[in-house]
Design a protein around this ligand. Structure first.
Ligand code: NAD
Length: 469
């Protein structure tokens, strides 16, 4: 469904109308477009608080891009080591700066108490207004759960409030702000996450906090144009909407994709399979025989599986007092129980290969709750609990994560009443709905072979929706 307001405000008449009336003025988001597109271009400014742990990795990852990298200088509270390992040039962050930055990256991992928090202000205050449209703010901290002292845990947790507030300030430019919390000695695991959060692939991921831990798997950097080459994915609910976009994106990244949907959607499913060179599998995931049917297919046709994406989902909305029991049962069965049973079968038969990925599609309704969606929100909240628990028990580099989409432009949201649809679109920092590809790109990052330290996360793809925490 196209957002006519977004198109209108980006015309010259529209720009002056919304400015006169004080209406939201969303910027057209730049999304990833071509295989040879670098993850970041333009001028990038990096900085760090004292004792940074990730600055070296940040420097070497940025050095693989064509960006002009600068490190902040001229402030004693900022660490000089921000330039470590990079081709960064010093830049005094004072009133004389005249360039626009495509990204501001700050390593806050060394912050150990509230006094150190001042480094955030010192770095960002002089340059935040120099962030370009569609720019990126990325802060790297230490996971507060791994901090020994309360003062360190407090100041690391404080980064969350900082980043979420910055996201709200820069959103009107189409820019985003996100936070990566690393566990001790996990800094070598942030490569794929830096590339995702700094790139146009994360256009609609805003105000998010991601935890990255150590991993028992070592993976060499794959070919950047086809990071999933040689791997097999299963995507459920892939005949249309978000599922079709996930299948297309994983195939674009080199994966061999099995697309699954109900028999009634076979025509659309076959069209998706044909478009991406994948294989269709028709099956209702709530059938008692479905887990075995899927496992048999993956075993016989593919000899195993690397990525399982549980995207199939339904809404059956009614207020609780008006809800027929089959509405409740169907939402729980499709959105939650089927995922558990399919994974159980695939894992029991050891079909998910080492360094495998399980990705579940939750929803911001599962985080914030929603009127008329007690069944749906229960199922989508359950998905989050499932992911968090499974992350603790999976082995051999197999990760599990969830995405929680906000308002995404699909047939599901096109069917909403006008006022609810407009509210859903505008009530976020970017003042617009996301596209199915935004969810798909996030799943592509989870599935990247080098994302083995990313597990147990729930990342909202919602443009930093005002709804929920
Ligand atoms: P959609 O209705 O367009 O597509 C869902 C697909 O799942 C359909 O092709 C459908 O046939 C399939 N499906 C449903 N029940 C199935 C079953 N029993 N077995 C196999 N396949 C089944 O929905 P969408 O908007 O693309 O949403 C995809 C996922 O994203 C869902 O899990 C949804 O809850 C979630 N989500 C969507 C939004 C949004 O704004 N569109 C927001 C939050 C979460």
């Amino acid at each position: 469904m196209s957002d006519l307001y977004l198109k209108f405000v980006n015309t010259s008449v529209g720009k002056s109308t919304v400015s006169t009336l004080g209406l939201p003025s969303p910027v057209v988001l730049k999304r990833w477009q071509r295989t040879d597109q670098p993850f970041i271009e333009g001028d990038v400014l990096v900085g760090a608080a004292a004792n940074p742990r990730a600055a070296g990795v940040v420097g070497s990852v940025l050095a693989t891009s064509p960006a002009n990298v600068y490190h902040a200088s001229g402030n004693d509270r900022l660490a000089d080591s921000a330039k470590a390992g990079s081709k960064a040039r010093p830049l005094a962050i004072d009133g004389s700066i005249d360039q626009r930055f495509s990204a501001l990256v700050f390593d806050a991992s060394g912050i150990k108490d509230t006094a150190d928090l001042r480094a955030l202000y010192d770095f960002f205050h002089p340059v935040i207004r120099k962030l370009a449209g569609n720019g990126r703010v990325l802060v790297i901290g230490q996971d507060p759960d791994t901090c020994r002292k309360p003062a360190q845990a407090a100041s690391q947790r404080a980064l969350e409030g900082f980043v979420r507030s910055v996201g709200k300030e820069v959103g009107r430019k189409g820019a985003t702000a996100n936070l990566i919390w690393i566990a001790p000695n996990a800094e070598e695991r942030i490569d794929s996450s830096l590339r995702f959060f700094l790139s146009p692939r994360s256009a609609y991921v805003d105000g998010q906090v991601v935890k990255i831990g150590k991993s028992d798997i070592d993976t060499k950097a794959p070919k950047s144009s086809a990071p999933l080459a040689g791997k097999t994915a299963l995507v459920t609910g892939a005949a249309r909407g978000i599922g079709a976009a996930i299948a297309e994106t994983l195939a674009r990244d080199g994966a061999n994709v099995v697309v699954l949907d109900i028999p009634a959607a076979a025509d659309d499913l076959n069209a998706v399979a044909q478009r991406i060179g994948g294989k269709p599998l028709t099956c209702d995931i709530t059938d008692a025989a479905a887990p075995a049917q899927i496992a048999n297919f993956m075993e016989k046709q593919e000899n195993g599986i690397d990525m399982v994406v549980h995207n199939a989902g339904i809404t059956r909305d009614k207020t609780l007092g008006n809800m027929p029991e089959h509405f409740w049962d169907m939402a729980i069965a499709v959105n939650l129980t089927a995922e558990e049973l399919i994974d159980e079968e695939l894992l029991k038969r050891k079909l998910i290969r080492d360094n495998g990925r399980i990705v579940c599609v939750s929803s911001i309704s599962g985080i914030a709750g929603n009127f008329g969606q007690t069944n749906y929100a229960t199922s989508k909240s359950g998905v989050i609990g499932y992911v968090e628990s499974m992350a603790r028990s999976l082995k051999n580099g197999i990760t599990i994560n969830a995405v929680a989409p906000g308002f995404i432009e699909t047939q599901m949201t096109a069917a909403m009443p006008f006022t609810m649809r407009e509210a859903g679109r505008r009530m976020n920092s970017l003042s617009q709905g996301g596209h199915p590809v935004d969810v798909a790109e996030t799943i592509g990052w989870y599935c990247h072979p080098q994302s083995s330290g990313v597990t147990g996360n729930v990342v909202r793809v919602c443009g930093q929706s005002l709804i929920g925490k």
